[in-house]
Write a protein that binds this ligand. Structure first.
Ligand code: ADP
Ligand code: ASP
Ligand code: MG
Length: 421
C-alpha cells in the first residue's frame, strides 16, 4: 500500500520530499493560515517537494458534529461524514489561495480526488490505500499539494472520515504513500510532553519518544497524535516529528525506535482519558461461558470493552463483573446488556459515567520492578480510590473518579520524577 524505509534521524537531503501537517489551532484564523503559508514557502525555497495536510479551523469540527447531532441524534453515519468533513475542505482551499498569493504554486486536494481509499466504517474509517500517482506527478512539477485531512472515500463511493484527530493519520499515511523523507506534525505545543502540558505546567518536552510508548500514550488519551497515525508511522518507517507552528525552531519531538532511547526511565509519560464509563453487573452466575454471554452481545452492538474485572465469588455460585467502555458507547452497551439480560442472568446492573482513566507509560517499566506500587501508593496518599486496574508490559492504567484526574496526574508526575526543574 505505502512505501517503506528505515526510520531514524536523517541528514536532510538537498532536495527532499516532505509532508507537513497543521492542526486546528495552527490554521485557526486567516492570519494563522498566512503564517502557515510562510512555513510551507520556506520549505519550498529550500528546494523540497511539499505535501501539506490540514485540519479544519479550530472549533469548526465540533460545531459541525454538534449541528448533526442536534438535527438528529440517530443520524446516518454517511451523512455525518458529509457534514463533518467540510471543515477541512475550507482550510485546504484557503491555504492553497494563501500560497498562491505569495507566489507559491499550490493546488488543494480532497480525499476522494487523490484518492485516499478507506474502509466502510463511516465516522471512524481506516485508510486502506492511497494512490500517490497524481500527487507525485504534481509534486514533481514543483506544485505544493494541500490535502484536506481527516477524510477519504469509502467503498460505497461516499465521503468518509477517520475519527476525531484523524488529520494526523492522513498526514502520516500521505507521507508513507509519497515516500516522504519526513513527516512534520505542526501543532500548538512544541512537541510531545511527559504529560498534557495544559494540566501539568511542569510537564517536560521529550526529545525523542519510542513508537511503542507513543502508541500507548495516544491510545490512552494523549491527543497530540491520533493512535492510528503512530501505528502507520511504525509500520511504514515514517520519520515523524512533532513541532510547534508558533515556534518551529523550538526543538520538537522525534518518534524513534526503542533502541534509539539511551536513558530508559521507568515511566516516560502519563496520559489520561475522561471519555470513560463503567458498567457493573451484579450477581451473575459464576459458570463457564458467562463472559461470552456478556461480551458477545456487546461486540455485536459495536461496543469496545476496555478494562475488565471479575470478583471472586464468595459462595462459588454468583459473582460481580465490572468493565469500561467509552461514554459515547454507554447507552448502546446498557441497551445490549438489557436485551441479553435473560441469557446472562444478572440481578442488577449499575453504570457510572463520572470516571476517568489515568495511565503511566514507559518501556523502562520492563526492567524496573515496583513501578505499579509507586502509582498505587501515590494515589492512596492523595485519598484517591482505584476502581479498576489494568496493565500491560509497558503501562499501568487505573480507573478513578473523574473529579480527581488532575490531582492524580500531577501527583504521579512528581512521584515518577518527571517534573521540570
Ligand atoms: P491539533 O489541532 O494540532 O491536532 P490537538 O489539540 O489535537 O492539536 O493536540 C495537541 C494538544 O494535545 C495539546 O495542546 C495538548 O493540550 C494535548 N496533549 C495531551 N497530551 C499531550 C502530551 N503528552 N504532549 C503534548 N501535548 C499533549
Ligand atoms: N478536524 C478533525 C477533528 O477535529 C480532524 C483533526 O483535527 O485532526 O477531529
Ligand atoms: Mg489533533
Amino acid at each position: 500500500m505505502y512505501g517503506s524505509r528505515t526510520a531514524g534521524v536523517q541528514t536532510e537531503r538537498a532536495m527532499a520530499k516532505i509532508a507537513m501537517k497543521f492542526g486546528g489551532t495552527s490554521v485557526g484564523d486567516l492570519d494563522r493560515i498566512r503564517h502557515v503559508a510562510g512555513l510551507v514557502a520556506k520549505e519550498v525555497s529550500r528546494g523540497h517537494q511539499v505535501a501539506v495536510v490540514v485540519s479544519a479551523m479550530a472549533g469548526e469540527t465540533n460545531k459541525l458534529v454538534g449541528w448533526t447531532r442536534e438535527i438528529s441524534p440517530l443520524h446516518d453515519a454517511r451523512e455525518y461524514d458529509v457534514v463533518v468533513a467540510a471543515g477541512e475542505q475550507i482550510t485546504a482551499g484557503l491555504l492553497a489561495v494563501a500560497l498562491g498569493a505569495i507566489g507559491v504554486s499550490a493546488r488543494s486536494w480532497l480525499g476522494w480526488q487523490i484518492p485516499i481509499r478507506t474502509s466502510a466504517m463511516h465516522g471512524s474509517a481506516r485508510i486502506e490505500g492511497i494512490d500517490a500517482a497524481l500527487l507525485n506527478e504534481r509534486l514533481g512539477q514543483g506544485q505544493v499539494a494541500v490535502i484536506a485531512g481527516f477524510q477519504g472515500i469509502a467503498p460505497d463511493h461516499r465521503i468518509s472520515t477517520l475519527g476525531r484527530g484523524g488529520s494526523d493519520t492522513s498526514a502520516v499515511a500521505v507521507a508513507a504513500a509519497i515516500e516522504a523523507d519526513r513527516c512534520d506534525i505542526y501543532t500548538d505545543v512544541d512537541g510531545v510532553y511527559t504529560t498534557d502540558p495544559r494540566i501539568v505546567p511542569k510537564a517536560r518536552r521529550l526529545e525523542k519518544v519510542a513508537f511503542e510508548e507513543m502508541l500507548e500514550m495516544a491510545s490512552l488519551g494523549a491527543k497530540v497524535l491520533q493512535t492510528r497515525s503512530v501505528e502507520i508511522a511504525m509500520l511504514y518507517r515514517v520519520p515523524v516529528r512533532v513541532l510547534s507552528t508558533f515556534d518551529p525552531d523550538a526543538g520538537g519531538t522525534l518518534l524513534c525506535d526503542e533502541e534509539d532511547i539511551v536513558e530508559k526511565k521507568p515511566v516516560t509519560g502519563i496520559a489520561y482519558s475522561r471519555d470513560e464509563a463503567k458498567i457493573s453487573l451484579m450477581k451473575i452466575p459464576d459458570r463457564p461461558g458467562i463472559a461470552a454471554a456478556i461480551f458477545g452481545p456487546l461486540a455485536d452492538a459495536g461496543v469496545n470493552v476496555d478494562m475488565i474485572v471479575q470478583n471472586v465469588s464468595e459462595d462459588g455460585r454468583r459473582t460481580d463483573l465490572t468493565f469500561t467502555c467509552t461514554r459515547s458507547e454507554l447507552a448502546r452497551a446498557l441497551d445490549a446488556l438489557e436485551k441479553a439480560g435473560p441469557a446472562i442472568g444478572y440481578r442488577e446492573i449499575t453504570s457510572d459515567a463520572n470516571v476517568a482513566k489515568v495511565s503511566i507509560i514507559g518501556i523502562g517499566m520492563r526492567a524496573h520492578p515496583g513501578v505499579a506500587q509507586t502509582m498505587f501508593r501515590t494515589l492512596s496518599e492523595k485519598g484517591i480510590n482505584i476502581k479498576v486496574i489494568s496493565t500491560s508490559e509497558i503501562k499501568v492504567s487505573v480507573l478513578i473518579s473523574e473529579e480527581y484526574v488532575e490531582l492524580a496526574v500531577r501527583a504521579l508526575h512528581s512521584a515518577y520524577e518527571l517534573d521540570a526543574a
